[in-house]
Design a protein around this ligand. Sequence first.
Ligand SMILES: *[C@@H]1O[C@H](CO)[C@@H](O)[C@H](O)[C@H]1NC(C)=O
Ligand SMILES: *[C@@H]1O[C@H](CO)[C@@H](O)[C@H](O)[C@H]1NC(C)=O
Ligand SMILES: *[C@@H]1O[C@H](CO)[C@@H](O)[C@H](O)[C@H]1NC(C)=O
Ligand SMILES: *[C@@H]1O[C@H](CO)[C@@H](O)[C@H](O)[C@H]1NC(C)=O
Length: 397
Amino acid sequence: MLSVAFLTLASAAVSVATNLYVSSYEGVVHTVKLKQGAGDLLYLEPNATTAGCASSPSWLELDGENRILYCIDEGLQFPQPAGSLSSYNIQENGILAQQNRFQTVVAGPVHGVLYKKGDQQAMAMAHYSGSSITNWKVSLEGDITFLTNVTFTMDSPGPNEQRQEAPHEHQALIDPTGNFLLFPDLGADLVRVFSVDEHLNMQREEPLAVEPGSGPRHAAFWQADDESPLYLFVVTELANTLTSYAVTYPEEGGMAFEEKFVTNTFGGETIPEGAAAAEIQVAPSNDFILISNRNDSSFMLPNIDPTNSTLEESDSIASFRPSAADGSLEFVQLTPAGGLFPRHFSLNAAGDVVAIALQRSSRVVLMARDVHSGEVGNPVGVVELEGELTAVIWDEF
Ligand SMILES: *[C@@H]1O[C@H](CO)[C@@H](O)[C@H](O)[C@H]1NC(C)=O
Ligand SMILES: *[C@@H]1O[C@H](CO)[C@@H](O)[C@H](O)[C@H]1NC(C)=O
Ligand SMILES: *[C@@H]1O[C@H](CO)[C@@H](O)[C@H](O)[C@H]1NC(C)=O
Ligand SMILES: *[C@@H]1O[C@H](CO)[C@@H](O)[C@H](O)[C@H]1NC(C)=O
């Protein structure tokens, strides 16, 4: 059952040729068209539902230039090994035509990053349940070739014995030099570091060890400008901390991290019981960072169904303003995510709309964002879609 709602748009300037792609554990990728309606209305129209990314689509990466969408499947419905990586040609109207599907040798990929190395393209993936990372060559046409996998082990469980019984790779990210891949490991309390050479060979480097029991999930690099220090901001799922590290590149190789600042994903306020921070993104104007909190129920909102007078619980989005001088993070605001379990969100190119994928509410909410103050507010669009939603990305063309 799909239902579409209209809401007033504050001041967002969304390009009319815009699609959102939304991955769902229902086994599909939804294409949603954005349309400028009459006056200030933004209209979200579910336009297509595409299968083929197997049972548990968990992450999407867009190669906008070559009109290819990559879908990562966590393979939750199968015995191991079962994860997969698919590529789709993006056709007119955002219709997706499957190009390639490759079954992975290890289970449970939850995230991947598309990166360039010289004139080659590759995808590194983080396998949560498989305690592994994999690296893939991907052509400009979306052809996929497996390169390598690395599996990690732990001698004994971490402080959180339930969640840290094994290594759990949660994200893959490429550093700004393009020479290092990083993988936050929720189970091992590490951010694993690998160098990657021009042949796409990976070599293990010294990892970043984070607070025991904190469970690092996602991280983002940030540098104010070429002259400023480079920082890595790490979000932990089990402790809901947000930690800033100054990053340097020692002459002898690898990466070095110096802890600069620690807060939590609620701007230093008390962490609600059960909270589990999820995503971190740098705003396109490079002056704010946004984080999603799941299961914190920080807000009560009017029901999405206008005939229902019961209020709904909502989890939250937190915004911070980073300082180039010392890596500290000034808390800007905690605002409703528009539903439950904002597992992922992403900003449009102008940075004035945030699309939020609400896993437990099975809806995508668009929130207007003031690019000057960094404040997120006003819902400007919502679409209800089938399944637990895992990622939402913009395609503006
Ligand atoms: C998708 O959009 C195109 C162009 O607006 C339209 O022709 C088509 O009917 C739409 N498909 C669905 C399933 O809504
Ligand atoms: C790659 O994955 C396979 C299947 O899970 C595993 O048997 C093998 O040990 C892995 N290789 C490495 C180098 O981790
Ligand atoms: C959500 O939080 C509640 C406590 O408020 C906790 O009992 C529950 O296990 C949490 N759920 C998840 C999926 O983390
Ligand atoms: C009204 O909304 C509440 C909270 O979302 C929900 O639990 C309830 O089922 C809704 N009632 C109807 C009649 O849809």
